[in-house]
Each structure stands twice: as structure tokens, then as C-alpha cells.
Design a binder for this molecule. Structure first.
Ligand code: BGC
Length: 765
């Protein structure tokens, strides 16, 4: 096999340098203006003040770790702080910005960063849930609303979007991204950057986006958070890097270096990653911030003491140090010791100042301090209304036997489960500024959506009974109380509620804090106490609708085989309960589609739809031994990527091609007729996959290349057309050259990655 050529990178760097040398000759007027301003400012700055711009302490409450930054006020006065995070509200922001403007020598305004991940105060579904809407307009809208609220609350920088491809649901942070597909993940990343930054950062409600976690954080070994990644360049380029690159191309102003080791060099100190690839190859012009104490963590990674690793991080291309103050405390000495150069400090400082300039902070340091906006724009009725629509779009119907859903609006139902009448968990993990007390739970939602439902409620089980898990969660703020009733008593109450009703709706899953950072799991079943409850309710013989709330794919083989219907709702945000209720009673017909494969068991992980074939692929039917298969499980997932049902049904015609050969500059068109054959109006995500049958390197069995979300009235048909061009067929080959290769291709169109209709075409012949 041909190996990636290291000279490729040198060539790219050389080319990029040549290009930038040429560009220097024709600097656009706007850039000239920024340069003149920043040159003049920097000529007045001391080395300490320049290093100060690279310092990002946390001020205020903190959700991710110990607050290491001390004496921040004094540092601000001395010009030793470039930005702060975890501080918001117009009053708090004004206070710190005023310190700068009244006490510091050069009055360089601060950045105010925060984890606005899926909404600021109006909380949307967790990002994995947003992605299952496959609705780029709604996703952009969620980011836009988040930015409007955050900017009204004093913030000018969010640590989002998280675009890490993740194929391992053991990793709790799969919740924060868009799942396993690089194409969909790229489009979502772009939509979010647009939503946050708008057309110009100078707009009053635009905030800086931050692409994270660069890079490959989602490929942590064994799904254990912060763990090592080791990956071939071909895999990186084709499967993991595209969403970061797309978000860079969309103009994201900042990038966060990831915690993990990448092929021997942790991202924060990885010059190939942060400089050669990100800046020279991709042309990224913004600044790179470390993750939380990411520079300090290079010490246990084994790269040296704090002074050494801080110098390495700066030299690699990390511009700003989040919380750890390695830069602040050691860079000056490293400069004197000639471990780093003044140009390195200057470059990083310039990038920070440019971001502030583009936001318009030099023109108006109080641009984001506006109490009036905070009052009218945060958690407005309109924002909540949009949040409900977005939550509805995110929910995925996994099973619906006998059309048990939607419920009759006057049905007699048993509403069971520790999440059935809960508010605290609705807003999910990483809802940093969100207030769970403002959220709507399922019980309340059902009463709003169908006041005539006859509901008997029973908690049925504690959310978490396992003492060890409980201890960890509660130590980190989960606040999960144990019911005074015994487990048996809780279950027997639930069983009698079910017996009295026509149908049982059982709301189970994870606690919100079982997802997100530092929440890796080795077992993805429902927790044993919840499963015992479900089994007991199921044994009553009543139809059981399982409503799930969870941050990741779970292993649901028993549930799929035994209960009547399953609705995956993730954590739906402030309006979760209203959205779930609207779906349960049929006010909204679900249309979400999975963006991460649901495995049958943890043993199948990593499992993802766009895998390679082997030399001995298994057909899933024969009983041959020497095939790529398990002896104790099927290879197939429980629910494939792209899967999700509707209350109605859709029928697809065979794909029709207008030509069978794509040529350079001459795309072809493929169409299908999709008909709504069921009893409800509904939406369908029509998905296009392509397989490059023979390549110079091995290629995935199929890759998503297009999709359209369409609405069909019952009985209606639509002709859906996709254009296939050369660009779609390109991939990075063994020389990391991005090109399409002549040959034959299969295409598949259908309602998920498994249930498709095929056709074929050729390229370059
Ligand atoms: C997380 C980041 C987050 C940062 C700041 C870190 O622990 O990895 O995603 O943006 O904290 O809160």
C-alpha cells in the first residue's frame, strides 16, 4: 500500500506561505484598517500585557472543575487578562469591563466566553437531539436564538459548536455533537456557526463561535473521556476532520484544542494540527484557545513541566490559555531563555486583538451590556415557542406496533416512571445558564396538550438506585433523591396504575448528568431498577409506550422485542414536556432520524453505518464460520443510522437516473417518487447514499451524500431529485489527494441507511 507522503504537508505549508506572501501585497482596506489599529496598539504594549491577552481565567461559578484563577480583579487592572469565562449578566459583565476601562493602562476590552451549547436560557434539545431533526434551518435558528439571548446577557463568545464525530456511545460527550456522520456533521457545524456569528461579527447580537474539540476527541479509546486517539491520516481526513474544516470554511472565529493525545502529541501542543493543518492548509485566521487547563494537562500527558509545556503549546499554535495560567506564569521566562520567540507571542496577541476588533469591542466595550435587551429577549414567549418546535423535530419514533401511538386524547393512561413528572432533567447536560425550574415535564405537557386524558401517575422507580453511580452523580450536583418507598412498593404502585388503565406510558432513561463530559459508561442498558419496573409493567399485558430520555444510544434489545412503542426524546430542553406530549397525542407527527447507530450490545461498539467491508464480509444469513461476524450476536445494529418512524408510512419508487455516467463538469440527476401511504400528514427525510465500489484505497460500504426533508399530506406524492457531481465522489487517497477516481458506483436512496433502493452509475468513463 502507498503511504501518505510527509512531503505533502511541507508542500502545503510552502504553498500556503507563498499564497500569504502574495496576499500581503494586496491587503483589503478593512484588513488594512485593523492592522493599522492593532500595530499601533501593540507598539504600546509590554511583553506582560501581550501575554496577558492570552490569559482566560474563569470568574464566577464553575461547572467543569476547580477555579484556579485567583485575584482576577487585580490582574484585570494590570492588563493581565484577555477574557474571562463563566461570567454573564449585563451587570456582572459591565463591572469587569469597567475595571478594564477605568483602571487598566491600555483599556483593551475583555472577551466574555461561556458554554452556550444548546441554548442560553431557553434550552433546546441536547446537540445529539438537535442533529436528529436533520433540519438545518431549525438548527441554525436554535443557535441564532442562543446567540441573541447570550449577547443580551453580556456574552460575546460561545464554546460551541462541538463537531467531534463520535461512534462510541460509551463516551458521554456523544451527547454534545451531531453523531457519526461527517457529511451531516459538517452541515450542522456550518449552520451553527452562521447562527452564532450572523453575517458580521459587528452585529449587536453576533457572538464568536468556537469549533471544538480540535481534534478527534470523539475517538477516545474505549469511549473513556480524555483518552488517547491514534488514527491513520486517511481515516482522519475522510471521516473525522471534515466537520472541523467545514466550520472553519464557514468563518468560525475560534477553535478549541482538544484534551486528547493524537498519534503521540496531545492536540494542545500539536504543531502539525494547530499550525500546519489548521492555519497553513485550511487557512484558519482566528485564534485557538486551549481547553480547560489543557496546557497544564500536558504535564501528566508526559511532555514536560509547566514551563516547558506552556512554551510547546504556544509554539504549536495555541493562542489562549483557558484557566491554567501556564502562559501567564511562564512565557516571559521562556522568552528570556529563548525557548520561544517574541514573534510567537506577538502573533497570538494579534489574533486575540483581531477578534475583539471584529466584534466591535474597541469601538464600544459595552456593546453587550444592555439590560433592556436582557429583559425582553431572554426566555421570551417566542423563544419558548421555537424551542418547542425544535424539540418536536428532534424526537425519534423507534417502534410503534399496532399504531398504538398517537394516543386517543381521552384515553385512560398510566403515566409511570422517574422521569414522567420531572423537571430537573429536562434541560439535559451542558445547559449551563439554563434553569430547570422553567422547564416543562411530561405530566405538565400532557395536561396542556390533552386536558381530557385520564392520567394515573406512579413514579415506579428511582431514577438511579445504584449506590456507586448515585454517589458520583450527586457529588457533581445531580441532586437525585431516593424515594422513601421501597423499590418493590414503587413497582407495585406502577403495576396497579397500569392495571387500571388502557395503556401505560413509561418514561425512563438516564439522568441528565449521566451524559456530557466525564460520563463514560461501560453498560448502556437501562439501569437495572428501571428495567425491573418496565418488565413488571409490561407483564400486565397492557400496551406499553416507552418514552426515553438519554444522552446517547442505549442498548435496547429487550425493550425493542417486548414493549409496544418506543419514542426517543433525548433531553428536549425547556419545552421538552410540551413537545413530548404533542407527539404522544398526535398534535405533531414525529420525523426525527437517528444520527448515531444504536447497537444491540456494548460488545458491537464501535458500530457505524459507513464502515468498510472486509475481505470476508458476512451476509447475515449463512452459517459459515470464516466470515467477519460474531458467534454470539448479529453484526447488525438494533436501529441503524438514519432510522426513525412516522405515524404515517412512505413508499419509495426505484431511483431513476437521467444519465448513467457522471463526467467532470457534467453532473447527473437521480430521482425517486415518495408517496405518503398512511393516515397522517407527515415529514420524511429522504436520504441519498453512495458507494465507490473499487478504489485505490478501500472505501466505505456507503456514505451519506445528500438528504431532503419533505412534507407530504396523506396520499400525496413528491418527486425528489438529487444531483450527483464529481465533487460528491471525491475522497482523500493514500497521498491525501482529494480526488474522485474513475469507476463504478452504487447509489442508495431510502428512509434510513438500511432500508434503501439501489441503482448504479459510473464516473470518468
Ligand atoms: C470542556 C469544554 C468546555 C470547557 C469550558 C471543558 O472541560 O471540555 O467543552 O468548553 O470545559 O467550560
Amino acid at each position: 500500500m502507498r503511504r501518505p507522503n510527509p512531503l505533502f504537508f511541507l508542500a502545503v505549508v510552502f504553498l500556503a506561505n507563498t499564497v500569504s506572501a502574495q496576499q500581503k501585497k494586496t491587503v483589503p482596506a478593512a484588513d488594512q484598517k485593523i492592522n493599522t489599529f492593532i500595530n499601533s496598539l501593540m507598539s504600546k504594549m509590554t511583553v506582560d500585557e501581550k501575554i496577558g491577552q492570552l490569559n482566560l481565567p474563569a470568574v464566577g461559578f464553575d461547572v467543569t472543575g476547580p477555579v484556579l484563577s485567583e485575584g482576577v480583579d487585580e490582574k484585570i487592572e494590570k492588563g493581565l487578562v484577555g477574557g474571562v469565562f463563566n461570567t454573564f449578566t449585563p451587570q456582572a459583565v459591565e463591572k469587569l469591563q469597567k475595571l478594564v476601562m477605568t483602571k487598566s493602562r491600555l483599556k483593551i476590552p475583555l472577551l466574555f466566553g461561556y458554554d452556550v451549547i444548546h441554548g442560553h436560557k431557553t434550552i433546546f434539545p441536547i446537540p445529539l437531539g438537535l442533529s436528529t431533526s436533520w433540519d438545518l434551518d431549525l438548527i441554525e435558528k436554535s443557535a441564532r436564538i442562543a446567540a441573541r439571548e447570550a449577547s443580551a446577557d453580556g456574552l460575546n463568545w460561545t464554546f460551541s459548536p462541538m463537531v467531534d464525530i463520535a461512534r462510541d456511545p460509551r463516551w458521554g460527550r456523544i451527547a454534545e455533537g451531531s453523531g457519526e456522520d461527517p457529511y451531516l456533521g459538517s452541515l450542522i457545524g456550518v449552520a451553527m456557526v452562521k447562527g452564532y456569528q450572523t453575517s458580521s461579527l459587528s452585529n449587536k447580537d453576533a457572538i464568536l463561535a468556537c469549533i471544538k474539540h480540535f481534534a478527534l476527541y470523539g475517538a477516545a479509546e474505549a469511549g473513556r473521556d480524555y483518552n488517547t486517539t491514534d488514527m491513520s491520516l486517511i481515516k482522519m481526513y475522510n471521516e473525522y476532520l471534515p466537520p472541523y474544516k467545514a466550520a472553519v470554511d464557514a468563518g468560525a472565529a475560534s477553535v478549541m484544542a482538544s484534551f486528547n493525545d493524537i498519534n503521540g502529541t496531545p492536540a494542545t501542543a500539536n504543531r502539525w494540527l494547530l499550525t500546519d493543518l489548521l492555519r497553513s492548509n485550511w487557512g484558519f485566521k482566528g485564534f485557538v484557545v486551549s481547553d480547560y487547563t489543557g496546557i497544564n494537562e500536558l504535564v501528566p500527558h508526559g511532555l514536560g513541566d509547566l514551563k516547558t509545556v506552556s512554551a510547546k503549546a504556544l509554539a504549536a499554535g495555541t493562542d489562549m490559555d483557558m484557566v491554567g495560567e501556564g502562559f501567564l506564569t511562564t512565557l516571559k521566562q521562556s522568552l528570556q531563555d529563548k525557548k520561544i520567540t517574541m514573534q510567537m507571542i506577538d502573533l497570538a496577541c494579534r489574533r486575540m486583538l483581531e477578534a475583539k476588533y471584529k466584534l466591535g469591542l474597541f469601538a464600544d466595550p459595552y456593546k453587550y451590556v444592555n439590560e433592556e435587551r436582557a429583559k425582553t429577549e431572554i426566555l421570551s414567549q417566542q423563544n419558548r415557542f421555537d424551542a418547542k418546535n425544535i424539540a418536536e423535530a428532534s424526537m425519534v419514533l423507534l417502534k410503534n406496533d399496532n399504531q398504538v401511538l398517537p394516543l386517543q386524547k381521552k384515553a385512560k393512561i398510566a403515566l409511570i416512571g422517574p422521569l414522567a413528572d420531572d423537571k430537573r432533567n429536562m434541560i439535559g447536560n451542558w445547559s449551563a445558564a439554563g434553569d430547570w425550574k422553567k422547564a416543562i415535564g411530561v405530566m405538565e405537557g400532557l395536561k396542556n396538550a390533552a386536558p381530557d386524558l385520564d392520567i394515573t401517575y406512579a413514579k415506579g422507580a428511582n431514577l438511579v438506585d445504584d449506590a456507586a453511580i448515585l454517589k458520583q452523580l450527586n457529588a457533581n450536583g445531580a441532586d437525585i433523591a431516593a424515594d422513601e418507598k421501597s423499590a418493590d412498593k414503587l413497582i407495585s404502585e406502577a403495576v396497579s396504575a397500569a392495571n387500571k388503565s388502557d395503556i401505560a406510558v413509561v418514561v425512563l432513561g438516564e439522568s441528565a448528568l449521566m451524559g456530557g463530559e466525564a460520563t463514560s459508561r461501560t453498560n448502556l442498558d437501562l439501569l437495572p431498577n428501571q428495567k425491573a419496573l418496565l418488565k413488571a409493567v409490561n407483564a400486565t399485558g397492557k400496551p406499553v409506550v416507552l418514552v426515553l430520555m438519554n444522552s446517547r444510544p442505549l442498548t435496547l434489545e429487550w425493550e425493542d422485542a417486548n414493549v409496544t412503542a418506543i419514542l426517543e426524546t433525548w433531553f428536549g430542553g425547556t419545552e421538552a414536556g410540551n413537545a413530548i406530549a404533542d407527539i404522544l397525542v398526535g398534535n405533531y407527527n414525529p420525523a426525527g432520524k437517528l444520527t448515531s447507530t444504536f447497537p444491540r450490545s456494548v460488545g458491537q461498539i464501535p458500530i457505524y453505518y459507513n464502515h468498510k467491508n472486509t475481505g470476508r464480509p458476512y451476509d447475515g444469513i449463512s452459517n459459515e464460520k470464516y466470515k467477519s461476524r460474531y458467534i454470539d450476536s448479529s453484526n447488525d445494529p438494533l436501529y441503524p443510522f438514519g432510522y426513525g418512524l412516522s405515524y404515517t408510512s412512505f413508499q419509495y419508487s426505484a431511483p431513476q437516473l437521467n444519465k448513467t455516467a457522471v463526467k467532470a463538469g457534467q453532473p447527473i440527476q437521480v430521482s425517486v417518487d415518495v408517496q405518503n401511504t398512511g393516515k397522517y400528514d407527515g415529514q420524511e427525510v429522504v436520504q441519498l447514499y453512495i458507494q465507490d465500489i473499487y478504489g485505490s484505497i478501500t472505501r466505505p460500504v456507503k456514505e451519506l451524500k445528500g438528504f431532503q426533508k419533505i412534507f407530504l399530506k396523506k396520499g400525496e406524492s413528491k418527486h425528489v431529485t438529487f444531483t450527483i457531481d464529481e465533487q460528491m465522489l471525491k475522497f482523500f487517497n493514500a497521498d491525501l489527494k482529494f480526488a474522485a477516481e474513475p469507476g463504478d458506483f452504487n447509489l442508495f436512496i431510502g428512509s434510513n441507511s438500511r432500508d434503501v433502493k439501489a441503482a448504479s452509475f459510473s464516473f470518468g468513463r
